[in-house]
Every structure is written in structure tokens, then in C-alpha cells.
Design a protein around this ligand. Structure first.
Ligand SMILES: [Zn+2]
Length: 198
């Protein structure tokens, strides 16, 4: 009898492990766009965010908000408002375009699953960092930059933290325009990933 019990236990442990590997929890991100939006920017934003979030132990489902059915239910959902124009209309930056690139909302210190991105400010930062041939793919760089900015906000939301990590990860408080568009990847470190773990 004892050996049978051991075998059953071993089997059930295996099936739990298999289940975990196959079914990562879903994180749905619903984007609502306010102004003119470049399809190239949206597509690159999706690639970049997918790439960054791969390491956080969640499966990312990123869609426009109007692509979600009203009755749809979600395991975990974050609503993101893209404010202003998410499109590179001008390639010369304004000098007075200051302020945060994105923010989250909180009630009584608790962070809500709701973020806003100031596309115009991100576009301005991108315009200041583009160089030469890069300008031909300005919208693609904008998408990459918005993806990085959004990943930072998801760090606050998933990690339920207002804190930053100044060790050079994507969870640091401020980022340079060059880093927003750089071909060099910028990621979360182990400490950030632990905070964001499902
Ligand atoms: Zn922050």
C-alpha cells in the first residue's frame, strides 16, 4: 500500500509541475488611444513590450480597448490610455516639452491598474535623440520608446510599488531619450522581476 501511495504522490507532483510550465498567468493590457496613432508605432510597441515582459512570468495579451468584448472577463488586466498623438508628426523637438512621460494612479497609496502615457512628450524625446537615417523610421522608434515607458509603469502596477531601482534597470526613475530608442535592450533586473512575480 505504501509504495502505491508514493507512486500516486509522485505522479500528481509531476502533473502540477507540467501545468505550471504550460499555463503562465495572463496579463491583458488594453490600450485606449486618444489621437492620431501610427500603425508602425503600435506594432513596434507591441513587439517591444512583449519582449520585455517575457521575463516577468506572464503571458502578455496586448490589444486596443475596442477589440475587447464588453462581456469579456480577464485574469489580470491593466488599462492604458495613450494621450495625445502617438505618431511622429515633427522631427524637431520643442524645448519646452517637459513633464513625466507616463504615470499611474493610486488611491490611499495603493496603485491602481491604470496607466497613462503622454505620447506627445515621448515623441518629443524621440525627436531629440533620432540621428541620420533613423529619422526614416521615426514611428518605429516611437513605438519602441512607448513600449519601454509602458513596461516601467507595469513594473509599478505589478510590483505594487512606488519605489524605483537606480541600479540601471528599466525600473529607474528617469531614462534618457537615447535609452528610449537605443538598439541596446534595457530590461528589469532580478530584484524588479521578484517584485513583479505573479
Ligand atoms: Zn516610476
Amino acid at each position: 500500500m505504501r509504495s502505491m501511495l508514493t507512486a500516486t504522490l509522485a505522479l500528481s507532483l509531476c502533473s502540477v509541475a507540467a501545468l505550471r510550465a504550460d499555463s503562465l498567468p495572463n496579463l491583458t493590457v488594453l490600450l485606449s488611444v486618444e489621437g492620431k496613432t501610427s500603425p508602425a508605432a503600435l506594432s513596434e510597441l507591441k513587439n517591444e513590450l512583449n519582449d520585455i515582459m517575457k521575463e516577468t512570468g506572464r503571458k502578455l495579451d496586448l490589444r486596443l480597448r475596442n477589440q475587447a468584448a464588453p462581456s469579456e472577463t480577464f485574469e489580470d488586466v491593466v488599462i492604458v490610455k495613450l494621450k495625445g498623438m502617438c505618431k511622429m508628426e515633427r522631427l524637431i523637438p520643442f524645448m519646452d516639452e517637459r513633464g513625466p512621460l507616463a504615470w499611474t494612479h493610486s488611491t490611499n497609496g495603493e496603485i491602481l491598474p491604470f496607466a497613462e502615457v503622454a505620447c506627445d512628450r515621448v515623441a518629443n524625446a524621440v525627436a531629440s535623440a533620432l540621428w541620420g537615417e533613423e529619422r526614416k523610421q521615426a514611428d518605429k522608434f516611437l513605438g519602441r520608446a512607448i513600449g519601454r515607458v509602458l513596461a516601467h509603469e507595469l513594473y509599478h502596477i505589478l510590483g505594487k510599488t512606488h519605489e524605483h531601482n537606480e541600479d540601471g534597470s528599466l525600473a529607474k526613475e528617469s531614462i534618457s531619450a537615447k535609452q528610449l530608442i537605443s538598439d541596446k535592450r534595457i530590461t528589469f533586473d532580478v530584484r524588479d522581476l521578484n517584485r513583479m512575480a505573479p
